[in-house]
Design a protein around this ligand. Sequence first.
Ligand code: ZN
Length: 776
Amino acid sequence: MRRALLVLMGLAYAAGPLAAQRKPARVPAPSAVLGFVPGTDRKLTDWEPIVAYFRALEAASDRVVVHEIGHTTGGAPFIVVFISSRANLARLHALGDIQRRLADPRLVPDSAAAERLIRRGKVFALVTSDIHSTEVGGSLSPLDIAYRLASDASPEVAAILSNTVVMLVPSLNPDGVSIVAHWYAQTLGTNAEGTSPPELYNRYTGHDDNRDWYAFTQVETRLVVDSLYDVWHPQVTLDLHQQGTSGSRIFIPPYLDPIEPNVDPLLVQGDNALGLAMAWRLTAEGFSGVAVNSLYDAWSPSRAFQHYHGAARILTETASARLASPVTVPFDSLREGEGVDPRAASWNFVTPWPGGAWTIGDIVRYQTASTMAFLDQVSHNRARWMRDARAVAARAVHGWPGWPYAFVIPSAGQNPVAVATLLEIFRHAQVEVRAALAPFTLGHEHFFPGTYVVPLRQPYAAFAKAMLERQVYPDLRQYPGGPPRRPYDVTAETLPLLLGVRVLAVADTLPIALSAPVAASPPVYHLANVTAGDAKPGAVRTAVYRSFVPAPDEGWTRWVFDTWGVSYESVGDSAIRAGDLGARFDALILPSQDPRAILSGLPAGTYPARYAGGLGAPGAQALAAFVDSGGTLIALNEACDFAIGALDLPVTDVLDELAPTDFYAPGSLLRLQLDPGDPLTAGVPAQTAAWFESGPAFDVADPSRVRVAARFPTDPADVLLSGWLLGAPRLAGKAALLEVRRGRGRVILFGFRPQYRGQSLATLPLLFNALQSAQR
Ligand SMILES: [Zn+2]
């Protein structure tokens, strides 16, 4: 029957390639599996029906193949859906082999041979969605996109299927799809309808789940990098997100400055051209409110693995409703953002949206249309995208003028776990690390055979360089002398500083032979590897505060403890308010969180009573009583201001209430000077780098009750190590880690994030030491 259909349809599509000629039999629409049309008001789905739909599509269409590449943190299947012509899917592995050979020009140095591969190959387009689970259009639009590609008989779709292999990841965080869908279903028709769930939508990272693309700490990140990027080498990528309700209807690149300087100019120009082509087409199709070159910059690699792996990266950010509930957005309520005023037409925002109702249907429509525009442009320029990606790799292999020849990782005096972590990161990123085959000398320093060397002449050298060097963020102001122009994300990523590993940049070729790329053993995380002497923080009865206002730092704290084998218990508002904490715990950690969120929690009128109200005054009193009776309260970063106020500590935050023109540090690495005699600093070098982001810095009002374990340097010029810092004199000489005695107990204040996004091994021992010191 399929064969008969093929012949019949062949008459109608005589000009198309073979695979597009056959109309697939009864390809199911998403509604056939979900029970509703994606984009229907007040309708969401959890993860299982989404997987079921793609399985049904695979069964009915020869344009679709579903690969399950692993399981999520919560155990759900993680899938990628390959969509292409039948002919392409039949030779998918041969096409993948072409990708692999083009991605490394050392395998095919001859450009004529590369051109022959390009002629036989297809452009691989990775489309990822729904990493942020409350951006719910992202869980629905991929169903429509896949249906359209699997069922449409238009010449445009035929060309897409013929020229590209689409790899569609319908959700980068499947666990969160179900968390949000269940919360939404449970609150429909109540005051809480359309609110975010009172928990992180990824078990450990919540909204930070898209900030893991260079540390690769999480299961989901590793699946995508190891099984998709490192295997199929996509040349173009699209990531679907949603933004707030009151700006443009959709953002598409070009990105704002600054662009991280190690991103190849050809990829930047590819982003620009592709994004503008998408915006052009959306405007032609009558979509209004399309903004380019606004709000989103391209500085942090934490969200942009692609930019260091030969691929263009398109981010779309569609305006949100209230989950799947409609909103009304009057034109006058639209608000200006960086680079765009949604009430005024401009070159990068040619047709303002008139305001009015905004629904989940609008979101799905914008996301689907922009994705089709993306695929259409990519398919029309198949050979160019493939050629560009190879050119980027070829330049990297040849070596960029002015770049160091290599980075050397000395073996002497290093923490082996930190070095192993760095090598593991490079393994996920496909950065080759080699070993010296003979001893050598640089300056006055001697190196043994086996010393690790990272040459910067390899396909993904840009990733290695961006990770190993210090970031110098441009001093961008809203006007000369005015407030800083806020970066979209943090400004530093220097792994040697975060991990506490010493590396050396080497300008010239090394005088010795290097081994083939080494396969180092993965790091083993065990407390004995980082804590001094006989520390056993695992023996301390530890509580980690968990607010109903989801705090990613709380999730990261649990991730670090689960990874390193520290036992703990999560405690919420009611458990703390109930008091008598000393009977159950020796130490209680307040992860970094806005003090107002800790104190007041979720609003009572909106959320059900059991989730509302925060710690409140009773919680603050219970924490004070816990400390007075001999407990140890450990406050991290933003939570310090809560602890200072709630427990009336003789300490002030010198940065509190400062205007950004006076002080600004949007995620930077700063130098800390430790008191080597303090028990909190055991096992950590006297100078280290700490992650500073919205943190406090302290003046001590009553030195008789306070012991300072770490300070920022007294010379302001010494404070910044990597990233951006305005107002260094405000920090210079101030306390960054201290212990305050109160009653029979203590409060330990960290003015930085010692366990930052699971990356900062350099300062992690300080947190473990703080726990250890709580043992009674
Ligand atoms: Zn997002």
